[in-house]
Design a protein around this ligand. Structure first.
Ligand SMILES: [Zn+2]
Length: 257
């Protein structure tokens, strides 16, 4: 929510949102030093929780260097070295969103190092899959990298799945997240189609709330879309509340109260 206004918090609270999780991500610009990430992590672990609490929303976050800024390996190492200082914070759920952006060699190297950090510190993992380059290839590369670790797939969410990647993710035992956007990538309508094709096991929805066109109310809009198609309250709650609650609670820190 770093790039969102307080109006968005208010609208989410009015729509019944009780808790959010915010990944460390690319903020729309490249940071010029590792110190920029140090301040970003302070914002994610201290400032945003206070801002969200004003609206009765529990704020949680994930920490990492995102793949888009991981091309410079030396820079990425500096950022990775400061992450452990923040992992003990009450609102930190794990390492994320790590993954691939252009499926490059350096991105893969930094992904592997951050998976090793999650392994060493027993963290949940949130994975970003490419929007622009080959998403299926990137998703498979990421899952292969995770399979080379001792990380339990049940503690990993592969996010931004779409029609052509969701099956592979679920078949390999991972959780799959559909990140909803208003009119590009996965819309609430497309997510409803995917749920109708694949069911609700280890699958859930989340709202993109970033610096580009995105909508923090995409989850309630998808709930309405499912209801308008005649789906049960039980299915709607599973995909938007119970499944995220189960997955995130594995951190021992996620709270909706
Ligand atoms: Zn992402």
């Amino acid at each position: 929510m770093v790039s969102r206004t307080t109006d968005d918090y208010q609208r989410m609270a009015q729509a019944g949102c009780v808790a959010i999780t915010e990944p460390a991500f690319w903020a729309g610009f490249d940071r010029s030093s590792a110190q920029g990430f140090y301040d970003y992590f302070r914002q994610l672990t201290d400032t945003e929780p206070k801002r969200a609490a004003t609206y009765g929303i529990n704020h949680h976050c994930w920490l990492c260097i995102n793949p888009k800024e991981a091309e410079d390996v030396g820079f990425a190492h500096e950022v990775i070295s400061i992450i452990p200082d923040f992992l003990e914070n009450d609102n930190v759920l794990g390492i994320g969103e790590i993954g691939l952006n252009k499926n490059s060699k350096n991105e893969l190297l930094i992904l592997e190092e951050q998976l090793a950090l999650a392994e060493r510190t027993n963290q949940l993992v949130l994975v970003h899959t490419p929007h622009l380059e080959d998403k299926l290839k990137g998703t498979n590369l990421i899952m292969d990298a995770i399979d080379n670790t001792s990380l339990d797939p049940n503690r990993v969410l592969i996010d931004h799945v779409e029609e052509h990647t969701v099956r592979a993710v679920l078949e390999r035992g991972f959780w799959a997240g559909m990140t909803l956007y208003p009119d590009s990538k996965c819309t609430p309508q497309r997510a409803a189609d995917i749920i109708e094709m694949h069911g609700t096991e280890r699958l859930w929805i989340n709202s993109a709330g970033d610096w580009g066109p995105s909508d923090p109310l995409a989850v309630p809009k998808c709930r309405l879309e499912l209801a308008s198609r005649g789906h049960s309250d039980s299915l709607i709650n599973t995909i938007s509340y119970d499944n995220p609650l189960y997955f995130l609670s594995q951190s021992g820190k996620f709270s909706v109260e």
